[in-house]
Ligand binder design. Structure first.
Ligand SMILES: *Cc1c(COP(=O)(O)O)cnc(C)c1O
Length: 394
């Protein structure tokens, strides 16, 4: 089917909740994808930071196929080896203590929020359930995680939202202190605000938040749904900030493309969620954990992580080196980068870059966001850079 034919049927049968680009993708290899009409693109999006090993990765495809033949799903009433393996790798690689498996980022954050509230309930009883989050954050699209998201535009239509969130300004410890009170049980942050514009938090601020949490017995919740699993050049971004979160959520890159989310707790709170307090039918299913294990066996290799850092630095240096006055800044860490442009010019730039054969994302009001596969090659980067240079330097 052509794009036009597919689009007509999509319009007829699929709810119109996404502003999609006008291409239909068919297959991929590495950091390249082909549309249904055979046109090739360099993919600097990897499905919004999901396809960490790129498209068509042999080991990942083989792990999924082999597990599918063996056992796809058994429910959480039984133990399976792939699930145990994923949890063990996550803990031994990070010093965290225990894992709960979910199916998406928002769901992982729901688990993290439930854990924080129960930690406080068990210790202090009712009335200490509020979570402080940061303005301009993004934590998901469920009714609760929308409210956790510190942006008014997400607090519309779906009333009543879950109560119990207060908002503070990023990189302003006085603002966090002001938002914390006797009713607070946790502070929840993204270390790099992703959807908000690829904005890394200051390391000093993050350490001050951690100190405040320790002093007041608040749990420090880190949403690594976008920054986790190698994206920033360490397995988790918190490892570069030198902090010890109580709970970390993850999702996007963990399954290499299949849906998975997880909540990882430190020994400060790893027994809070006991039998009957939290569950999901699909969580930790062997098929998906087999994929996560294939991803983790690549992404935990020190050379792989070092290469992510180097490739990110390479992209940043080359883009700044365009010398284009349309490029105001390049920010981010590892292969999570935001090219800052004029807000008014962004849509046209993204369209031109796509028309010239490179897929990119946006974030916040004025960033063009790059989340390429972590496995992208220098050849693929050079091809994408040449296209972007032509567009930016026109
Ligand atoms: C994408 C994202 C989410 C939501 O994840 P879903 O899988 O879409 O539910 C939550 N937090 C952050 C930081 C994200 O980037």
């Amino acid at each position: 089917m052509t794009y036009q034919q597919l689009k007509e049927q999509e319009t007829q049968y699929v709810m119109n909740t996404y502003g999609r680009f006008a291409i239909a993708l068919d297959h991929g290899s590495g950091a390249q994808v082909w549309d249904v009409e055979g046109r090739r693109y360099i993919d600097l999006t990897s499905g919004i930071g999901v396809c960490s090993l790129g498209h068509g990765d042999e080991k990942l495809a083989e792990a999924i196929a082999a597990q599918a033949r063996r056992l796809i799903h058994v429910s959480n009433l039984y133990t399976t080896a792939p699930m145990v393996q994923t949890a063990k790798t996550l803990c031994t690689q990070t010093g965290m203590s225990k894992v709960f498996f979910a199916n998406s980022g928002a769901e992982a954050n729901e688990g993290m929020i439930k854990l924080a509230r129960k930690y406080s309930f068990d210790k202090y009883g009712e009335g200490r359930a509020e979570i402080v989050t940061l303005r301009n954050s993004f934590h998901g699209r469920t009714v609760t995680t929308l409210k956790a998201t510190g942006q008014d535009k997400f607090h519309q239509y779906f009333f009543p939202f879950t109560e119990g969130f207060a908002y503070a300004d990023a990189n302003d410890i006085a603002s966090v202190e002001a938002a914390v009170g006797a009713q607070t049980c946790a502070v929840m942050i993204e270390l790099i605000q992703g959807e908000g514009g690829v904005l890394p938090l200051d390391a000093d601020f993050v350490r001050q938040v951690q100190a405040l949490c320790r002093k007041k017995d608040l749990l420090l919740l880190v949403d690594e749904v976008q920054t986790g699993v190698g994206r920033t050049g360490s397995l988790f971004c918190f490892q570069q900030y030198g902090i010890r979160p109580d709970v970390v959520s993850m999702a996007k890159g963990l399954g290499g493309g299949v849906p998975i989310g997880a909540v990882m707790a430190a020994d400060t709170c790893d027994t809070v969620l006991g039998p009957g307090t939290h569950a999901t039918t699909f969580g930790g299913t062997p098929l998906i954990c087999a994929a996560a294990n294939a991803v983790l066996s690549e992404v935990t290799r020190p050379e792989f992580l070092a290469a992510v850092t180097e490739k990110g630095a390479y992209l940043k240096e080359k883009i700044l080196g365009f010398g284009s006055d349309k490029v105001k800044d390049v920010r981010g860490m590892g292969l999570m980068l935001g090219i800052v442009v004029d807000a008014d010019a962004r849509a046209a730039l993204v369209q031109e870059i796509m028309d010239a054969g490179v897929l990119v994302l946006t974030a916040g009001a004025n960033a063009i966001r790059l989340l390429p596969p972590l496995s992208i090659s220098y050849e693929e980067m050079d091809e994408a850079l040449a296209v972007m240079q032509r567009v930016f330097c026109k």
